[in-house]
Design a protein around this ligand. Structure first.
Ligand code: ADP
Ligand code: MG
Length: 152
């Protein structure tokens, strides 16, 4: 299934993230693709708000992995940009196969670690404040994406 949604501000993208958060369960893996500045971290920070992680989710680029344990379920945020395919042992596999939900920016750099049952979100920059979100669920494991469309 593929779903297309549009936002017209950073706040609308955060609201979309909060809505996504309400459907997440342990073991979910969401991969985000899109250029620098597309809104991957902004969407993820809305998810953190929705889960109630109790602190702002910021870009983890310099940390690669950030873990938030104070929300409804554990939340793992990976930004693989700086790995560029290198293998370093920092517990990414535990975050991905873990007891919470995991959001991954630049998933192409950790492709071998990612499960088949993942939700893919592609973000396209369509102008200063306009973004298109394309949700693809190749294994039909995230059927709730249909209700994101209905509510917008
Ligand atoms: P990425 O993690 O993909 O590199 P960020 O989320 O860090 O991107 O940055 C997105 C940038 O785009 C922010 O500066 C944000 O204010 C801006 N922006 C403008 N419109 C939107 C929108 N509709 N959704 C998300 N971000 C937006
Ligand atoms: Mg980012």
């Amino acid at each position: 299934m593929t779903i297309r949604l549009f936002t017209h501000s950073k706040e609308e993208t955060k609201a979309l993230g909060r809505k996504i958060a309400s459907f997440l369960k342990p073991g979910d893996v969401v991969v985000l693709s899109g250029d620098l500045g597309a809104g991957k971290t902004t969407l993820t920070s809305g998810v953190g708000e929705g889960l109630g992680v109790n602190e702002e989710v910021l870009s983890p680029t310099f940390n690669i992995l950030k873990c938030y344990f104070r929300g409804r379920i554990p939340f793992y945020h990976i930004d693989a940009y700086r790995l560029e395919g290198q293998h370093i042992e920092i517990g990414l596999d535990e975050a991905i196969e873990g007891d919470g939900a995991c959001f991954v920016e630049w998933p192409q750099f950790i492709e071998p670690l990612l499960p088949e049952e993942r939700l893919e979100i592609e973000i396209h920059n369509q102008g200063e404040n306009d973004r298109e979100f394309v949700f693809t669920d190749p294994t039909d494991s995230y059927e709730w994406i249909a209700s994101l469309e209905a509510k917008q």
